[in-house]
Every structure is written in C-alpha cells, then in structure tokens.
Design a binder for this molecule. Structure first.
Ligand SMILES: *Cc1c(COP(=O)(O)O)cnc(C)c1O
Length: 459
C-alpha cells in the first residue's frame, strides 16, 4: 500500500445502536412476479404454512410463505443479540482499489466480524429465538464447512436449546476445527451420510464412499427432527425466511453507503443457496423495482457447482432423499454431487426460490468462478486489506475484481459494493493447499449436467 493510501487507511462506517434495523425487508411482498408456490410432493398441491409446522418453528413457516407484509418486525430479544456484533462495518477498500489500479470505488460489508466469523449468525439467532418461544427443546440442522453449524450451536446455547448437527463428511474431515467449535458450545456433531438415520443408511448402501453433500446432511437432519419429539429442524441458507433475516446486512449497508455519500452501481455476493446474496442485495433491489435506481446485482457461484449459470429452472427437492417440499428453483438436480472444492458453503445443488425467480425475470445476473481464480482473488484481497477471506467470500472478491478491471479498461468510476460473508482463519488448510500449488479447477460438461438433471427427475 502506498503512503498515500496508508493515510486514507481503510475507511470504516458504523451505525449507532439506534440505527440498527428494527424490521427485516420481505422482498416477496414487492416482487413484480412472485415466486411460484412450494408444492407438497405427494399431492402436488401448493403448501400452506401449517404443512411445514412439523419441521420448522411455526413463525418461521409463516415468514417463509409471507408474500404480503413488506416489513417484518425484528423481535426485541433478537435485536439485543444483534447488538453484540452489529452494526458490522462498511469498509472503503482503498488498498484493493490501489492494488488493482482501478478508478472504481470498492466498498465491502464486513460480516466476518460476527462472533462466529460469518453472516450465518444473523439467521441462527432468530431461528433459535422462535424455537425457544414455541417451547422447542432440541434443534437440528446440517452444515457444510461448519459456519452454519457453529452459528446455530452458539445461538442454541444463547437460548438454552440442545443442538444436533449433521456435517458434510468431506468438510468434517477437511475442516476439523469447526467441529471443535460446535462441540465447545455443546452441540453434538455427526458426519453425514451416517448410519444414524434411514436416509443416511440408504445413501451409504448405494454409495459406500459417499463424501456427503448439503443434500445428504439436510435429509438426515429433517429425519431426526420429524422423528424426535420437541425437536425442530433449522436451515442456514436457501429458504426465504433465511434471506429475510439476512436483510439486516443490506439495510445497514444502505444507511452506511449514505454516510459515505455514495450508492452502489454494482452489488456482488457469493452464492451458495442465496442468503448472504439476498441479505445484501434485496434492500437495494427494492429501489430498482420502484424505478429510482438501476443497480446491477451479481451472484458469484463456483464453476464446479453452476446452478444459476447452467442449471435449469424447475421444481426440485432441496435435499438428496426428497424429504423437502418441491421448490421452484434453478437446480443441477437434487442428487448432484459437487466436486470437493474448498468453499464448502457453496457446494449446494439449488438456489433459493426468490433468487431463482429474480434471475429468471432479469433483475439480477450470475457469474461462475473457477476455484483457482477465487483463491488468487482472496490472496490479493488479504494482502491489500489485511483480512483473510473465507473461501466462499473469495468468489465475491473475484467477481468484484473482474468488474473493477473492466472499469480500469473503460475509465469508468463505478461504485462496487460486495459482501465479505466471512473470514477464512479456520480455513487455512485450504490456503496452504492453494499456496503450495495443490488445488485445481473443476469443470463440468453440459452432458454431465443434463444427465444429472434427468436422473433427479426420475427419482
Ligand atoms: C454459508 C456461507 C456462504 C453461502 O451461503 P449463502 O446462503 O449463499 O450465503 C457464503 N459465505 C460464507 C462465509 C458462508 O458461511
């Protein structure tokens, strides 16, 4: 960093406690075309909130299907927990701008400062809160890289609930410290697929060396929730109520951008199931709906798991075993097995229904990023800004760099805002591999994609 930029430093914008949002933004109520209904797989009838009551806390089921209330109040207890770490900083990334030599202004919203190191806690807290309020005693869930499991384990602890977490087997082995974090908060952690559920046994019988995926872990957790009294399932991504909770990110960022005297031309986030993307993007997108603004929204997904850029829009299950409702979404097929990339949180076959509809209708774009480009971007960002980004967040950084370099070519001074969804301090084994040249790209052919989609349809 030059002396000049060292003086500018990393300009950070923070909100007072008063200005932490009091409501979440429910984009479903304002979408020009609303998402198609979720379907009951047995009857093919549209789902009502009470169809979901056996699985999730009731208030979360109502939020999931709420297409009428634009603002949903954040309970005071939840807002008090948010105050532990919110607002998160909005940062002007002078160092990254200089490293790229771009005229673009780059800002990032730093969700890595949450106690668990990622945005996931923003939804874990309200999910644990509503479970507690409704008399639930145990919560169960799946986790990939472990960020969601760690956040849920901590949130469960805050509200006095027991937590049982199924962790994708490959991540359980690649990222042992997240398991230790979950266990530190008292959660029980099982690698998935496991022999502890019927779904897990079926998967292991068919494929004894199955490495696990979010799809297998979701099946196991739902089975546990539906077969255990007083136990509810929780999910860290994909569903609409999860991105609803995450809109606290974008609502804060909107106020912080105003403090900086700016407004984004481009908003970028990495994409697993869509919660950090929706959380940052939806509050800004409402000004595109009203015609006041013309911001571009870009979701950055891994090249090896390209549901937005190369998947099909169809009804599909959210999990491997087919326990979830049918969701109208972009998907690679529910039994898609993503390559073992290190961005564990992005290894999911489908996209949330809201984002899928928005992409279909042209309100947003998607790009896919090869694994090596994502780590190159992460290392460049770390050197310029002093923060090691999560492998997932590296995809957003790579997409940001692509846009900033386009500005360099054209001389345009665009304002780019991206979400730093988490830090990578517990992912250093992945960085080690990258630095020693042991990582590779994984591409996937059109034939593999269409074959997988037609196999999934037959199931
Ligand atoms: C889980 C996770 C993601 C992906 O999930 P989304 O729901 O798409 O946001 C991205 N980044 C980090 C750090 C995560 O933990």
């Amino acid at each position: 960093m030059s002396a000049n930029n060292r003086k500018k430093g990393q300009k950070r914008y923070l909100l007072s406690e008063e200005d932490i949002p009091r409501s979440w933004y429910n984009i479903q109520a304002e979408m020009p075309v609303k998402p198609a209904p979720l379907l009951n797989p047995a009857t093919k009838q549209p789902l009502k909130p009470d169809d979901l009551f056996p699985i999730f806390a009731e208030e979360l089921c109502r939020q999931e299907l709420n297409q009428t209330d634009v603002w949903i109040e954040i309970p005071e207890d939840v807002r008090d927990c948010y105050k532990f770490y919110r607002s998160t900083p909005l940062v002007r990334a002078y160092g990254l701008e200089e490293a790229l030599g771009t005229p673009a202004k780059i800002y990032f919203k730093n969700e890595s400062v949450s106690p668990m190191g990622s945005h996931k806690l923003n939804s874990a807290i309200p999910q644990a809160y509503y479970c507690k309020k409704e008399g639930v005693k145990n919560v169960t869930t799946e986790t990939g890289a472990g960020q969601w499991g760690a956040s849920l384990a901590y949130a469960a602890r805050m509200f006095g609930l027991e937590a049982a977490v199924y962790q994708v087997k490959i991540s359980y082995e690649q990222k042992p410290y997240r398991k230790s974090i979950m266990q530190t908060f008292g959660a029980q952690v099982t690698p998935s697929p496991s022999m502890s559920t019927r779904a897990g046994k079926d998967i292991l019988t068919a494929s004894p060396n199955h490495q696990g995926s979010l799809g297998t872990a979701i099946s196991e957790a739902i089975e546990l929730a539906t077969t255990t009294p007083n136990c509810k399932y929780t999910l860290g991504s994909v569903l609409s109520h999860v991105s609803l909770h995450q809109t606290v990110i974008g609502l804060e960022a909107e106020k912080q951008m105003a403090m900086a005297g700016d407004y984004p031309d481009i908003v970028i986030a990495c994409f697993g199931g869509g919660s950090n993307f929706g959380g940052l993007a939806f509050p800004f997108m409402r000004h595109n709906f009203s015609g006041e603004r013309n911001t571009r929204f870009i979701a950055a997904e891994p090249e090896s798991c390209p549901k937005l850029t190369r998947g099909v829009f169809t009804y599909d299950f959210g999990d491997e075993a087919g326990y979830t409702p049918l969701l109208p979404m972009y998907t690679l097929g529910h039994n898609f097995r993503p390559a073992n990339i290190h961005a564990g949180g992005l290894r999911y076959h489908g996209a949330g229904v809201i984002v899928s509809q928005l992409l279909k209708d042209g309100w947003m774009e998607a790009v896919d990023i090869p694994q090596l480009e994502s780590f190159e971007a992460g290392v460049l960002f770390a050197k310029a800004e002093g923060i090691i980004p999560a492998p997932e967040s590296c995809h957003a950084i790579a997409a940001t760099i692509r846009e900033a370099l386009k500005c360099k070519e054209t001389g345009e001074e665009k304002t780019i805002l991206f979400n730093l969804s988490g830090h990578g301090l517990i992912d250093m084994a992945s960085y080690d591999k990258f630095l020693s040249g042991d990582l590779q790209n994984y591409t996937i052919s059109d034939e593999e994609i269409s074959e997988n989609i037609s196999n999934s349809n037959r199931k």
